[in-house]
Design a protein around this ligand. Structure first.
Ligand code: NAP
Length: 282
């Protein structure tokens, strides 16, 4: 079967360009959008993510404030900084890079961020708003996947959508978003009996299982759309996803590659959320 590659690089570039135009329009009215990024410790992967977020802000013309705190920062010190940024009207978005060092309660930190500045969409209020269909921030990776589908002309309404994974940052919000788009949604996890039987029903299969190349062609219905959320580095330092692309692609009608699929969408949607934060606050 001939299949199309869903180009996350191109679609994310389009979204960032739109954000840039919106930021420019705000600037012309004398309004500056500002994202505060907090990193605790010097985990190399986190530093790469934080740097990419700063670069994306720069591209879009947004101001970014960077707080690089030492590993031994106490929970109280971090909470005090978040309170200060919550109270600062010139700061629109607050992002705390995860994971945090073990001595800091991650849930408490997320709950301390003002939901109106919660551009990661992880606050319980943001998740609750998504659940009952009220305005609020949506977790960037699943929001990006909806954009990939829509901007590739893939209809969600009425489709059998299967999500593998139920994490708070990907699987659960993904399922809620597909439901909001009128998909018929099934969520699978490690206790799902006969995973293949469920995934083979999917018109749209979203894979966020966290296991390299786990999904092979025998999990996929002929002509399905397959979205691969996974990111792994193999022994040769090459990136791969949760889906065995070479085995699966021919059976699909459309599929995301790794890299260049879901990955670039996360930062693009963060930029989108930063722009939206100004509207939510005013
Ligand atoms: P996670 O928290 O580890 O969740 C994995 C989920 O998969 C869990 O719900 C787990 O079920 C389920 N699972 C594990 N083994 C399974 C099996 N054999 N059958 C069915 N379900 C199974 O991972 P995550 O944070 O959601 O991330 C998933 C992947 O996406 C990772 O590779 C991560 O690196 C990647 N990721 C990419 C981006 C991006 O920007 N592209 C963003 C976030 C994450 P239980 O709940 O029962 O344990």
């Amino acid at each position: 079967m001939s299949y199309s590659i869903i180009d996350g690089k191109a679609i994310s570039a389009q979204i960032k360009e739109e954000c840039k135009q919106q930021v420019l329009a705000y600037k012309e009215k004398g309004i500056e959008i500002c994202l505060a990024v907090i990193q605790v410790g010097a985990d190399p992967a986190s530093s790469v993510y934080v740097n990419n977020k700063k670069k994306a802000c720069e591209f879009c013309g947004m101001k970014s404030l960077s707080y690089e705190l030492p590993e031994e920062t106490t929970e109280d010190e971090l909470l005090a900084l978040i309170h200060k940024l919550n109270d600062d009207p010139s700061v629109n978005g607050i992002l705390v890079q995860l994971p945090l060092p073990k001595h800091i309660d991650e849930d408490l930190v997320i709950r301390t961020i003002d939901p109106k500045k919660d551009v990661d969409g992880f606050h319980t209020q943001s998740v609750g708003a998504l659940c009952i269909g009220q305005p609020g921030f949506v977790s960037c990776t699943p929001a990006g996947i909806i954009q990939l589908l829509k901007r590739s002309g893939i209809e969600i309404a009425g489709k059998e959508c299967v999500v593998i994974g139920r994490s708070n940052i990907v699987g659960k919000p993904m399922a809620l978003l597909l439901l909001r788009e009128n998909g018929t949604v099934t969520v699978c996890h490690s206790r799902t009996k006969d995973l293949k039987e469920v995934t083979k029903r999917a018109d749209i299969l979203i894979v966020a299982i966290g296991k390299p190349k786990f999904i092979t062609s025998d999990y996929v219905k002929e002509g399905a759309v397959v979205i691969d959320v996974g990111i792994h580095r193999n022994e040769n330092n090459k990136l791969c996803g949760d889906v065995d692309f070479d085995d699966v692609a021919e059976k699909t009608s459309a599929i995301t590659p790794v890299p260049g699929g879901v990955g670039p969408m996360t930062i693009a949607m963060l930029m989108h959320n930063c722009v939206a934060s100004y509207e939510l606050q005013n």
